[in-house]
Each structure stands twice: as C-alpha cells, then as structure tokens.
Design a protein. Structure first.
Length: 147
C-alpha cells in the first residue's frame, strides 16, 4: 500500500467513525471500572449500551450475581458520572481454564520448491546460527510430518 493510499485510508470517514466508537467504548469502560470495587473491576467488562440498559460481560455467575446485588448503587453512581442508564444487564462469558484449553497445533507446510530454496540458502550462508537453524528446519521438513 502506498503512502498516499494509506493516508487516504487514515483520513476516511469510516475510520473516523470507528475511532469515535472506540474512544466512546474506552470512556464507557473507564466509567464502569471507576464505580466498581477493586475486586470486581478485573472480572467484568462493558459490552455497550442498549437503550437505557448497560450491557456488561462477567467471567462467572457469581460475579453477575454480585453485580445484580449492587445494581441500584452502580446505576446511581454511573448517572452521577453523566451516563443515563436505568439498568445493568450481565452476560456471563465463561473462559476455559488453562488445563481445559486444547493447545493449537501449529504446522507449517512447505512446498518442495520452498524446501529446495531454503536448503540452497542454508548452503550459501557462512557458518552461523541462522545457517544451522535453516539446515535443521529443512532436514525436519524433508522427513515429513511424522518425522
């Protein structure tokens, strides 16, 4: 992308609207974090506003229940900050625990032409860690996926 095309992209009205929405979302999130007790601040995030209702995502049902208990006070505090809402609606976004997450298998398929080019590059390089790494990668990929 040329510099001129990139600059026209940066100056586009669509990007300006997106930047304005992102700024408003950050401000909304900041207002939300400011009224929450410290322990709950890291466990919830603002999704947006729907009518006069603030949408919040939480990490567990327990956090959602606590926020529902505090809803009247939180709504008053947010109204004092200039946010015109009448209710808070929580959505639970459960995250998998580290032991429940399946590791992603990252495989790189190289064509025979790519292997030949990398092998030639490794041969042309002077002795160095890069040369050793290229040679090892070519050797490993030449053996096949199970090798």
């Amino acid at each position: 992308m040329s510099t001129r095309a990139f600059q026209s992209f940066l100056d586009s009205p669509q990007l300006a609207r997106l930047a304005k929405l992102a700024k408003a979302q950050r401000q909304l999130g900041g207002q939300w974090q400011a009224v929450l007790p410290a322990g709950l601040a890291k466990l919830s995030d603002v999704v947006g506003i729907e009518g006069d209702c603030l949408l919040v995502s939480t990490r567990s049902a327990a956090v959602a229940a606590k926020l529902r208990q505090m809803e009247a006070r939180l709504v008053l505090q947010l109204n004092d900050k200039g946010l015109k809402i009448n209710a808070i609606r929580c959505r639970i976004q459960v995250e998998l625990l580290p032991h429940q997450q399946k590791p992603s298998k990252r495989t790189l398929e190289l064509s025979p032409a790519a292997l030949t080019a990398l092998s030639a590059a490794a041969t042309d390089l002077p002795p160095s860690p890069l040369r050793d790494a290229l040679a090892a990668m070519v050797a490993k990929r030449s053996r096949g996926p199970r090798g």
